[in-house]
Write a protein that binds this ligand. Structure first.
Ligand code: HEM
Length: 375
């Protein structure tokens, strides 16, 4: 939160920012006032996004797209994957456990969600080094070689990198789609190809946009959730001890991690009309960023927000957003984190962070988590 108050204009980025719980909640959920579809308001000469996914659409299109994909993500559909998630977790830990040391990120929290989503989509999880490269390019924005002094030049270069990445990713999925058209399987890609909205099939760009969203957005955030959880437990050894004794508290502890170290930092919306927030009028068409991570520390909503309390009650955090765009993958992310942390605590009595190295975090405006977490 800046000193200028609860709403401010970011001159360099040319967008507005809100920080308080109620404002971020309204931004995320009032889809009539705040649109997710920037293509109506912003024209990029080098149009980056081909096809539209749930994330970048408003009703009625959003409702149609979401109804097609939501079946694969209902809590019931996800719960049926628990045994496989546990098996993958054990396999990953078996590969490193004998060493007595591991990197939580590289050895567990990165591969686990990638393997799970690859199996759902029906693509080879062995390609995951490639997926990681793409997601790093898309969300991490660690373009260290780029100077931020000239913001316009910087944005242009970032857009170019993103477009190249999307081109590669779309080429990859185009090939998968061609194969599934010939030979459908029991996977999400085949289901998307067969899906119809009011008698019409989804367009290829729309399917590609959705596959890209799943592969990028869902993985890195879940990686961060598991990494952030270990970081929180390491900082609060009493919580780790309590969870060893009471593994039934793990789901509640995960909610507190989501609040305390939110893996996704922000949501963005465009004002569909001039809108007054705290006495400031934001013109139509302007981008507004809602800082989830700040809202989750709002003391009006969360008493003693700086306290990491795994038994916090009424934890209505906004880490998964709110309203019609509420994270589709939340049941999956919660289940993966619950199983991974449960198995880690069950198999290892003493998990200690390797203190010879300082914690290096991902440098990104979108996401938060440790790059490596040797334990
Ligand atoms: C939407 C966070 C995991 C798929 C969102 C939104 C947030 C979020 C904040 C709302 C964006 C907005 O309102 O503009 C997270 C976090 C995760 C996580 C913190 C992990 C801890 C996943 C996973 C998947 C996924 C595992 C899928 C495999 C999606 C999709 C949307 C979404 C498809 C768009 C939903 C819509 O627009 O209707 N996520 N996510 N997410 N998330 Fe997640």
């Amino acid at each position: 939160r800046t000193e200028s108050g609860p709403v401010s204009y970011n001159e360099r980025g040319k967008f507005w920012e809100v920080f308080e719980y109620d404002d971020v909640l309204a931004l995320a959920s009032d889809h009539e006032t705040f649109s997710s579809d920037g293509s109506q308001f912003v024209e990029h000469p080098d149009q980056m996004v081909k096809g539209q996914s749930v994330l970048t659409t408003d009703p009625p299109r959003h409702r149609q797209l979401r109804s097609l994909v939501s079946q694969a993500f209902t809590p019931r559909a996800i719960a049926s994957m628990a045994a496989r998630i546990a098996e993958i977790t054990h396999n990953l830990l078996d590969q490193v456990a004998w060493q007595g040391a591991m990197d939580i990120i590289a050895d567990l929290s990165y591969p686990l969600p990638v393997i799970v989503i690859s199996e759902m989509l029906g693509i080879p999880s062995e390609d995951r080094a490639q997926f990681k490269h793409w997601s790093d390019q898309m969300v991490v924005s660690e373009y260290e070689d780029l100077s931020r002094d000239n913001i316009e030049e910087y944005n242009k270069r970032v857009r170019t990198i993103m477009r190249q990445t999307l081109d590669e990713l779309y080429d990859y999925f185009r090939q998968v789609l061609a194969e599934r058209r010939l030979q459908p399987r029991h996977d999400l890609v085949s289901a998307l190809l067969a899906a119809q909205i009011e008698g019409e099939s989804l367009s290829e760009p729309d399917i590609l946009a959705f596959c890209a969203l799943l592969l990028i957005a869902g993985n890195i955030t879940t990686t961060n959730l598991i990494g952030n959880a270990l970081l929180c437990f390491d900082e609060h050894p009493e919580a780790m001890e309590q969870l060893h004794a009471r593994p039934d508290l793990i789901p509640q502890a995960i909610e507190e991690v989501l609040r305390y170290r939110s893996p996704a930092l922000l949501v963005g919306r465009y004002a569909t009309r001039p809108i007054e927030i705290h006495g400031q009028t934001i013109p139509r068409g302007q981008l507004i960023i809602g800082w989830l991570a700040c809202a989750n520390f709002d003391q009006v909503q969360f008493p003693q927000p700086e306290r990491f309390d795994i038994e916090r009650t009424l934890n209505r955090h906004l880490a998964f957003g709110h309203g019609i765009h509420f994270c589709l993958g939340a049941p999956l992310a919660r289940l993966e984190a619950k199983i991974a942390l449960g198995i880690l605590l069950e198999r290892f009595q003493h998990i200690r962070r390797e203190r010879t190295q300082s914690i290096e975090t991902i440098r990104s405006v979108f996401i938060m988590g440790p790059k490596h977490l040797p334990v």
